[in-house]
Design a protein around this ligand. Structure first.
Ligand code: HPA
Length: 275
């Protein structure tokens, strides 16, 4: 079934968008969703304008440690971008509408490019902790049955609404990374609900399904962005490998690993912003 975004749902973000415009007069054309631990790499300076999600009308508030819940108007040594430090997860009991709020807001703000980042477990045996994987494609294991008010079935067109995520934006970034000699991996991201990390059997199953990295976010946001015509790049920071997941990973370890390698992902984000 083809999906669309509910216009009533999108309208809910009009006042929040106006609040953002009142604080940030020159809205950049790129936004970034900073995942677990990655947000910490965006150090603020005196020129960084910040806006707490809590002040935004009809916008969810954040709760998980490592997710701050604020928007930064951030200077990437040339171009500015809006960094959303803190996202909304299914495992916190969020609805699909809440999870897609950031994407809906940036759409109302007229932003056309989005970089979605996350911490993920490496399933591909070639991946090491600290590697950055650009999404080639995704597998949606959220299995949202009830597309709440954010998504609506558009018609009975059975074409996949969010097929391959390879945007020309991503192609430009990959060309630039190759030119600059910045290493990266490519792969398939499987999005799961969590909150538990995977069992050994799940790791084996996900590998056989063709997934290279596993995480608990990003797929719903990517879907929403695709439907709204926003060009996206998905980036995973590999914070642990499948063999480590088998020995039981903790949320704290993931946050620490993400912080340790955050400069790497930041240099890739900087390239993507300044393309
Ligand atoms: N599994 C799921 N989500 C994750 C992982 C993992 O191993 N690491 C970081 N986020």
């Amino acid at each position: 079934m083809k999906l669309d975004m509910n216009s009533k749902y999108l309208k809910k973000f009009t006042s929040a968008a106006n609040q953002v415009r009142n604080i940030i007069s020159d809205i950049p054309d790129i936004a970034i969703i900073a995942g677990s631990g990655i947000a910490a790499s965006f150090e603020k300076n005196k020129n960084t304008q910040t806006l707490n999600y809590n002040i935004l009308e009809n916008f969810p508030k954040t709760s998980v440690e490592g997710h701050h819940g604020e928007m930064l108007h951030y200077d990437f040594d040339g171009k500015n971008a809006l960094v959303f430090s803190g996202r909304f997860h299914y495992y916190e009991g969020r609805t699909l509408s809440e999870i897609c709020s950031i994407v809906a807001l940036i759409h109302i703000l007229g932003i056309k490019r989005l970089i979605i980042t996350n911490a993920a477990g490496g399933l591909n045996p070639k991946f090491q902790v600290g590697d950055i994987m650009l999404f080639n494609d995704t597998i949606d294991f959220f299995f949202f049955k009830n597309y709440d008010s954010s998504f609506v079935p558009a018609d009975t067109d059975y074409r996949c609404p969010v097929n391959r995520n390879n945007s020309s934006y991503q192609e430009q970034l990959e060309a630039e990374l190759i030119r600059s000699g910045i290493p990266y991996q490519n792969g398939v991201y499987i999005g799961v609900t969590g909150p538990n990390y995977e069992t050994r059997a799940e790791i084996r199953a996900f590998r056989r399904l063709g997934a290279d990295a596993v995480g608990m976010s990003s797929v719903p946001e990517l879907k929403a962005a695709k439907i709204l015509g926003i060009e996206t790049i998905g980036l995973s920071l590999i914070t642990n490998t499948a063999s480590e997941i088998m020995q039981e990973v903790t949320h704290d370890e993931v946050i620490i690993a993400a912080r340790d390698s955050a400069t790497k992902i930041k240099s890739i984000i900087k390239k993507a912003v300044n393309l």
